[in-house]
Structure formats: C-alpha cells, structure tokens
Write a protein that binds this ligand. Structure first.
Ligand SMILES: *Cc1c(COP(=O)(O)O)cnc(C)c1O
Ligand SMILES: [Zn+2]
Length: 413
C-alpha cells in the first residue's frame, strides 16, 4: 500500500508495517494507521471524487488502508443519507441541523463500516474465519458482511443484547455465544478464544483498521455538505472507536486540503455509563463504570479505545454531554416525529445530547450541527415501544373507533 506508511502506537510511538492482521502494540497501546498525504494528494481530488459512480464507503479507497487489488465487499455499506432538518433545527433553536441516518446501512448500523473493512482485511490476510465480541451491532454487522463474502464468524455477545440483533446473527449463520455476563466479561472470553484458535480479530480497538472504516462517515458527511464544515458533529460514544474514526476522517480531509477547518465534536454518553465523558469533565484518567443504561450499544463500562477517543474530543475542543434514559427516549420520539428517522436508543443519543446542549444554551443561535444517528430502531423494538407508547387497540367496529377517538380527544379532520 503506497499510500499507507505504517501503524503507529498512540501510547509509545512504536511503528509497525501495515500487515493485514495488525493488532495492538506490544505495550498494549492502540495503533493508528498513518498515511502519506502528499502521495494521496496526487491521486485524489474533489473532481475525481465527484465523477465517481461508486455509492458506498469504497468510493474513498485512496484514503482507506487497503491494497489496490482488494475488491469492495459485497454489501453496500455507507453512502447513507444526510438530511437537512429545518423543523428539528427550529424546535431546538439551531441555525441549521443535519441528520446522518447511518441506520440505513445493510445491517442497520454504522458498525457496517468497520465490519466491511474487517472483511476486506481478513480477505487480504487469507483468513477464512473472523471473530469478535460486541454489545450487538459490531456482531450483527460482522456476521452479515462476512456471510456475504463467504467467511465464517464466531460471535460473542452479552446475554442482554436485544433480540433484533440476536435474530440478525442467527439469520446470518454466525456461531453465536451468548455470554451470561457484562460486555467486559464477554470481551475477555472472546479474547481467550481468539488467542486459542487464531481467528481473524475484529474486536473493537484491537484491530486498527476498524476505525479507518468508521471514518468514512466523516468523509461522506463532508462530501454531502459540499465540503462546507459545520460547527459541530454530535455522536454517541461507547468504546470510543466511532468518535475516534469520525475525527480521523476529518483530519484526513484537512490534511489533503479538502476542508479548511475542523468542526468540534460533541461526545454524547448515557448518564448511567459515561466513563469517557467523566474523564474529560474531571480532567482525570478514565475509570470503569457500571453499564447502566437502556442504550445497550453504548453500555460500555470499560471503553476499549479510550486513548484515541479522549484525544479526538480534546483535539477538537469538543463538548461532552451525558443524557438520561428518559432524554434518550424523548430524542427517539422527537427524531421520529420531526424527521421520520427511527433510531435505536444508542443511535439517537447524539441527538439527545444536542437537544440538551441547546436547552442549556451551550450551543444554539448561529450554530450549525450534524447529528449522526448510528443505529436503526428496528433492532430494539421493545425500547421503542417503551419510548413511544402502544397503539389504539380495538376490534373491527366503527362505533369502537369513534369511542376511542372521543376518549383520546382526537379530532378527526
Ligand atoms: C457501537 C455503537 C456506538 C458507539 O461506538 P463506539 O465505537 O463503541 O464508541 C454508538 N451507536 C451505536 C448504534 C453503536 O452500535
Ligand atoms: Zn506501544
């Protein structure tokens, strides 16, 4: 890969050749993939990009750590819509707000971007089996993208994973181990199994290529905004790979001169599980927390990518905001009603954070914001019904319908 220099440890600075099965540094630090931006500049311009028909994350291959000969993975990952949302902007008191609906990926979450990258790298490595542990979406996205590419998967999920995600896993033919314990304990077992059997490792943060896949969300946002940089980009945070990837993509674009400034990040976590935001707020090292929120995808008590995530938030002069489960449910309803976008609880946590920051007057007025919805609400139907209520339930009888409307003071037009 001429455009990739090496993987560099974010802790000790040691570098490693960019082999397809690269994992973490010997010191335990996470690696960052370092590019030759001068070379990339000679290969990629805004014009060549605009002329490109490919409508998936692979349209940015000059900025991705894959060999020239590596084929795009079969499922269409990325190029999700970025909606201008004037009514929601007005409701929140923002000048302009866009919603990036990443629930529209093939397995319905942003994790498809990382999993497609894992599949591409596993193929380069000649691996036939991939494994990971996950709160749910990394798992279902890996299972789906691997199935499409003809690779086998071993998946470890905590037993609390919502049924929709487990149903995806079973449908995609993964060997699924539901671990009776926390995500932390699930991760530990997967690690031991991967060491024992030598499967290709798609564990969050350990594999440095994953956030390179996730960064395509930033590349798309900026191309969809015609390279006009918003003031803020808000996203929910669990392990920290997503926000780190988002920041990496923005910095890539800055480095090759596609954008002339960088937005500030908004890191949204759940009040019941916010180890990274707490570290920013207190200025202390992060410490583990309980996994106490209905937003299962970000119920991460021991974040795997703390170093990169904290660096991203700090470098961007980012804001942190913690929201309660009630605020998450309110955002789910608000997004549904004003935008027609259905997000899972962790998917709407970024928007819940934006709403809270607007209400507190921290942002607003002249600010422009992109809020990324990271996962689709159909993955967790139980919580959606909890947030938005039950329908009117009656027999097929007009009188009962009239009575039901009258009872609820629904004035039919
Ligand atoms: C994984 C996930 C996140 C958070 O990503 P991290 O890399 O764990 O910080 C947010 N939302 C959804 C829907 C997810 O699946
Ligand atoms: Zn190191």
């Amino acid at each position: 890969m001429k455009h990739v220099k090496y993987g560099k440890c974010v802790k000790c600075g040691r570098t490693y050749p960019a082999a397809p099965d690269l994992t973490a540094c010997a010191c335990g630090g996470i690696l960052d993939i370092v590019y030759d931006y001068e070379y990339i500049k000679t290969r990629l311009t805004k014009e060549t990009l605009a002329a490109r028909p490919e409508r998936s994350m692979w349209r940015y291959r000059e900025l991705l750590p894959i060999e020239d000969a590596t084929e795009p993975t079969p499922l269409r990952v990325g190029w999700s819509p970025l909606y201008d949302e004037p009514r929601l902007a007005e409701a929140l008191g923002l000048k302009r707000l866009w919603v990036k609906d990443d629930g529209q990926n093939p397995t319905a979450s942003l994790k498809d971007r990382a999993s497609a990258m894992a599949v591409a790298k596993a193929r380069e490595a000649g691996a036939g089996t991939i494994a990971c542990s996950s709160t749910g979406n990394a798992a279902s996205s890996l299972a789906g993208n691997a199935a499409a590419a003809g690779l086998a998967t071993y998946i470890f999920v905590p037993s609390r994973a919502p049924k929709g995600k487990v149903a995806q896993l079973m449908t995609f033919g993964a060997t699924v181990i539901s671990v009776q314990g926390s995500y932390e304990e699930t991760f530990e077992l997967s690690k031991q199994a991967i060491d024992r059997w030598g499967w290709y490792n798609r564990n969050a943060a350990i594999n440095p290529y994953l956030s390179e896949g996730k960064k395509t969300v930033a590349l798309e946002i900026m191309e969809q905004l015609d390279w006009q940089v918003p003031d803020y980009i808000a996203i929910s945070v669990g392990d920290g790979c997503t926000i780190a990837g988002l920041w990496k993509g923005l910095k890539d674009l800055y480095a090759i001169g596609f954008i002339d400034r960088l937005p500030r990040l908004i890191s949204a976590q759940a009040e019941g599980c916010c180890p990274l935001n707490r570290a920013i707020e207190t200025g202390e090292d992060w410490r583990p927390m309980e996994e106490n929120t209905l937003a299962d995808s970000i119920a991460v008590g021991v974040p795997r990518n703390a170093d990169k995530a904290l660096m991203a938030i700090r470098e961007s002069r980012g804001l942190v905001v913690n929201v309660s489960d009630e605020e998450i449910m309110a955002a789910q309803k608000l997004l549904g009603r004003t935008c027609g976008v259905f997000g899972e609880p962790a998917g709407v946590t970024g928007t819940a954070g934006v709403k809270k920051l607007c209400e507190r007057g921290v942002i607003g007025g002249n600010d422009t914001v992109v809020s990324v919805v990271t996962g689709n609400g159909l993955k967790d139907v139980e919580n959606a019904i909890k947030a938005c209520g039950e329908p009117i339930s009656i027999p097929s009888d007009m009188d009962r319908l009239l009575a039901a409307f009258a009872e609820r003071r629904i004035a039919v037009e």
